[in-house]
Structure formats: structure tokens, C-alpha cells
Design a protein around this ligand. Structure first.
Ligand code: PEP
Ligand code: MN
Length: 337
């Protein structure tokens, strides 16, 4: 259920609608746009007359939303969402590059990575301290020590930090060091984790599951948003298909599809999407051309010795070349980097 208020509707009129929605059993979520305030009602009664709302003072229109996600749908915030983290806006005109190694491995490795990332003009340093993996004996990350090293390396260079939480018990710890909490593809439907992230007031980078549809991705975003945390950034990171040449199949079309269905920013991860460093730069170019709000890219000072995802990590000079090319492409789609 969505109620769109008229331009200039008063707070009393808005409160009256909120009260009526609450009486009908809805949880009310408010989006105050530049022109219109939109009230989203979730979970209320099925049977009631839309006229109840359409005839109320200050109401422009009322709709039943047929999609199974409501707060994540484009109609909740037609103008789009900009996730603001200090001086970085995700979902605005500037394409935000988040880059760094797959995992934090040592002080030297993350310092050198941060140097490369900052020199290229990226705004966010990524790095896992808690690593998910399909293989039980693979490197699992340095934990809190890794988070400390990551934060220091980023802060020294004015970068934000994105790092993954693989379990709800890690949220409090990772939140002390990171600016963005990443939910990995394997956890996209870990509903206990999503619910807990809904209680945070901190941006979440939600990666598409390996075999998840776009609707399932948006439903997972809805889990977080229904808890009151609206700062969700979606990430297309490739899906499993019958193709085996690349590690996954990078679904570039998910970018415009998500932008039609949802107001949430969407970034693209061509590193996991292809699994091969020689294919990362072309897919990064394609993602920016398709309208991605940002990129998540793995780069490592010495990828051949990386403890995880070395094959898909860019070498330092490849990263700088990618940034140079993206600066040429972005203006063609009315963006900048
Ligand atoms: C990662 O970002 O390093 C990662 C593990 O990604 P995904 O969850 O998409 O596999
Ligand atoms: Mn990785």
C-alpha cells in the first residue's frame, strides 16, 4: 500500500494518514521526497477501500502495490535513493568505485592496496576480514586484526571501508571499523542476518545470490528495509549459468532492470562476475555504460600471491588503466567518476 501526498501537504495531513494506516494494521514507512512525501504501508489488512485514503486531505493518490516488495520498489521513492556516507554519495551522478583485495592478508598488503586504490581515484577500500568460501580449507580471513589494518590503511588516505559480515554475530565488530557492511552472495537469503542488518543504521551492500532472481534480490533488500534501514546498495556480481569459461555470468542487464523496478542504487562487481582478470576491465566498462552507480573491483599489489581470488584481481597498472578508461566512458552516459 502506498499513499502519495500532494506537494505541500502539511505535517498534520501526513500524520492523519499515518494514523489511519496504523489503525488498519499497517507498519508505516515514510519517504520524504523533494516534491512528494510517500507513505508505504506494509503488512496491513487486505480488504479496505482505497477511497478511504484518496479522499483524505492532502492526499494525491493511493495505490495497492502488487509486487511482493514495497519499500524497495521504485514507486516508494520515484526520484531514486542516494546513500550518503560522509562525503561520498552512492546513487548520485558520480560513479563510486570500491576497490581493494578480496581479503586483508597483512599490513603491507593492505597498505599497498590502499595506495593503488587511492591513486586511481576510488573512494572506498574493500577487503574481507571474514571470508566466505565454497571450500572449507580456504583462507578465512584475519578477523579483527584484518579490520584494524583495513581501517588504518583507508583512513590514512581518506577512503571509506567496505567489509563483509558472514554472520549476525559479527555485525557489532565489523561496524566498529567499516562504513559499509557487505552481505556476500552466499548470504543473500540468510534472513536472520538480513533482519539484524535491518536494525542497524548503517549502509549495507547486498550482493545478488549466485542463483537468485532479481525479484529475490529485491525481496532480500526489503527484509533489511522493513526493519527501518533504508540504506541498501545492491550489487550484481554474476550468476550461475551453463557457461563455464567465466567463473559466473555477469548479468549486465540486471543494472537497467533493477533501476526500473527499484529506487536503490546498484553497483556491479566484474571481478566475481567473470573470475578472470583479463575480463574484468571490459565488464567494468560495460557496467558503467549500462548505468551502474558504482563498481566493486578486486585489485591486489601482487595477485599471483593473493590468498584468495588472485586470478580475478587486477594488477596495479590494470586498475589505473581501468580508471582512465572509465573516466572517458562515464560522460557518455552523463556521469562522472
Ligand atoms: C567478495 O566480495 O570477496 C565475495 C566473497 O563476493 P561474493 O559474495 O559475491 O562471492
Ligand atoms: Mn573475492
Amino acid at each position: 500500500m502506498l499513499v502519495v501526498m500532494q506537494q505541500g501537504a502539511t505535517e498534520e495531513q501526513i500524520d492523519a494518514v499515518i494514523e489511519r494506516l496504523t489503525e488498519l494494521g499497517f507498519d508505516v514507512h515514510r519517504s520524504t521526497g523533494v516534491v512528494h512525501t510517500v507513505l508505504g504501508g506494509v503488512g496491513g489488512k487486505e480488504e479496505f477501500d482505497l477511497d478511504v485514503f484518496e479522499l483524505m486531505e492532502g492526499v494525491k493518490e493511493a495505490h495497492r502495490i502488487s509486487s511482493p516488495y514495497k519499500l524497495a520498489s521504485r514507486s516508494f521513492r520515484p526520484g531514486g535513493t542516494v546513500v550518503k556516507i560522509r562525503d561520498v554519495d552512492i546513487g548520485a551522478e558520480r560513479v563510486v568505485v570500491m576497490a581493494g583485495p578480496c581479503s586483508v592478508e597483512s599490513r603491507d598488503q593492505i597498505e599497498r592496496s590502499a595506495e593503488i586504490v587511492a591513486a586511481g581515484g576510488a573512494r572506498v577500500l574493500r577487503g574481507g576480514a571474514f571470508q566466505p568460501s565454497n571450500a572449507p580449507y580456504a583462507f578465512r580471513g584475519l578477523g579483527e586484526e584484518g579490520l584494524e589494518l583495513l581501517r588504518e590503511a583507508a583512513s590514512r588516505r581518506g577512503l571509506l571501508v567496505a567489509s563483509e559480515v558472514t554472520d549476525q554475530t559479527q555485525i557489532a565488530l565489523v561496524a566498529q571499523y567499516a562504513d559499509i557492511l557487505q552481505v556476500g552472495a552466499r548470504n543473500m537469503q540468510n534472513f536472520t542476518l538480513l533482519r539484524e542488518l535491518g536494525r542497524q543504521r548503517m549502509p549495507v551492500l547486498l550482493k545478488r545470490g549466485i542463483s537468485a532472481t532479481i525479484e529475490e534480490l529485491l525481496l532480500s533488500a526489503e527484509f533489511i528495509m522493513s526493519g527501518g534501514n533504508y540504506d541498501v546498495i545492491l550489487c550484481e556480481r554474476g550468476i550461475r549459468t551453463f557457461e563455464t569459461y567465466t567463473r559466473y555470468t555477469m548479468d549486465i542487464s540486471a543494472i537497467p532492470v533493477v533501476q526500473k523496478l527499484s529506487h536503490l542504487p546498484i553497483v556491479a562487481d566484474p571481478s566475481h562476475g567473470t573470475g578472470r582478470r583479463d575480463k574484468v576491465v571490459p565488464m567494468a566498462r560495460a557496467a558503467v555504460a549500462a548505468g551502474a552507480d558504482g563498481l566493486l573491483v578486486e585489485v591486489h599489489p601482487d595477485p599471483d600471491r593473493a590468498l584468495s581470488d588472485g586470478a580475478q584481481s587486477l594488477r596495479p597498472e590494470q586498475f589505473q588503466e581501468m580508471m582512465r578508461q572509465l573516466r572517458l566512458i562515464a560522460p557518455a552516459v552523463e556521469r562522472s567518476i
